[in-house]
Design a protein around this ligand. Structure first.
Ligand code: GDP
Length: 362
């Protein structure tokens, strides 16, 4: 059986967009991820949030539910199966994914602490995103820390803003102005998302609190809207394989495995693959395709479930012989019957050279 997370809309198939969260340390990247997962789980039903390898899948049903208060104002057809959030914001290999422009992320969420504004790693992140040409939005996090802020648990931001004291609202306005000015200093036009009339020219700011949950629904809405309005073509499911290696891990009973994000295409058990290795391209075959078991079945003692075939987008663990020297941050290639293996080897070699070059120059 093929594990297929795609959706079909108007005769086209779509995969989930890959969303990365990045920003300065302590701005709340991990907390935001947790909050996105938890607010979705609240209300008894888990609504199908699933933990994948290196990523969390937020299904469209959960997003619909979370953004339903906007539904009266904004008519939206949900076309995508959901969002795949990369789990480890400070991921080393993720930080190293630079010049290749492998397009791991379809969209990034840059987290800025509203109380601190732009910090050293905020600027680094902006440069990375520019280099990779990755579209992004800003989560202006920790709004609950504004003096005299009245917490409004898991509320749409504008509703929360309405009930604030004059001084809290004013401080918020000042902080937003400061951030917009600081971003302008980086030659970025930015605007609060509901005032943003041109997403191609202005970066949207979404005020959030990962503690009290204001603006989390707004964040989900803005990500979905942007993907559907401006980047739908990009997430059309195709058989053009796009697969990025995140981590190399030794797992008891399996030996050396690689954790990958399958961005597009299909992987099958038995596929012949080429992965970049520190000592040259590694040619091997997929022995197993693994994902964690669904939450409900966690009583079952298996750590992973096996798949014959998996379609994008999905976080997967691959078991194959000879992966010890695989290089995180590079692409995985499948060798088809008509493919030129020499070309693929050269590509794998070129990628590892560029990773090593990045590491040296960083
Ligand atoms: P990361 O380093 O960017 O992943 O940041 P963390 O998620 O670890 O958060 C850093 C610290 O800020 C922790 O103590 C969090 O509890 C706190 N924090 C994160 N988000 C918020 C927020 O929205 N409001 C408040 N008050 N604190 C937050």
């Amino acid at each position: 059986p093929t594990t297929d997370p795609t959706t079909t809309f108007a005769d086209k198939q779509y995969r989930s967009p890959i969303i990365c969260i990045l920003g300065h340390v302590d701005t709340g990247k991990t907390s935001l991820l947790d909050k996105i997962r938890n607010t979705n789980v609240q209300g008894g039903e888990a609504r199908g949030i699933t933990q994948q390898i290196g990523a969390s899948f937020i299904p469209v049903e959960a997003i619909k539910e979370q953004t339903k208060s906007f539904a009266e104002k904004i008519k939206m057809d949900f076309k995508l199966p959901g969002l795949l959030l990369i789990d480890t914001p400070g991921h080393e290999s993720f930080n190293n994914l630079r010049s290749r422009g492998s397009g791991l992320c379809d969209l990034a969420i840059l987290v800025i602490d509203i109380m601190h504004g732009l910090e050293a790693q905020t600027l680094e992140s902006i440069n990375l995103l520019r280099m990779r040409k990755t579209p992004f939005i800003v989560a202006l996090n920790k709004v609950d820390r504004i003096y005299d802020w009245k917490p409004c648990v898991n509320t749409d931001f504008k509703e929360a803003y309405k009930v604030q004291s004059k001084s809290a609202a004013q401080e918020f306005d000042y902080k937003v102005k400061d951030t917009i000015a600081a971003l302008a200093g980086q030659e970025l036009n930015a605007e609060l998302y509901w005032r943003n009339k041109d997403h191609r020219k202005y970066v949207s700011l979404v005020p959030t609190s990962a503690h009290t949950g204001e603006g989390i629904s707004d964040l989900m809405l803005v990500v979905m809207q942007l993907m559907q309005k401006l980047m739908l073509d990009k997430v059309e499911f195709t058989n053009q394989l796009q697969c990025t290696l995140l981590e190399v891990k030794v797992i008891e009973g399996f030996g050396t495995t690689i954790d990958v994000v399958l961005v597009n295409g299909t992987l099958n058990e038995g596929d012949k693959i080429v992965v970049s290795g520190f000592n040259g391209p590694i040619e091997t075959s997929i022995r197993s395709l693994l994902t964690p078991p669904p939450l409900r079945e966690s009583r079952v003692k298996s750590t992973f479930i096996n798949h014959k075939s998996i379609r994008a987008a999905m976080g997967i663990k691959i078991v194959a012989p000879g992966l010890e020297k695989a290089v995180p941050g590079t692409s995985l290639h499948v060798v088809g019957p008509n493919d030129d293996i020499e070309k693929i080897r050269a590509e794998a070699k070129r990628e590892v050279d560029s990773v090593l070059n990045d590491v040296e120059t960083s």
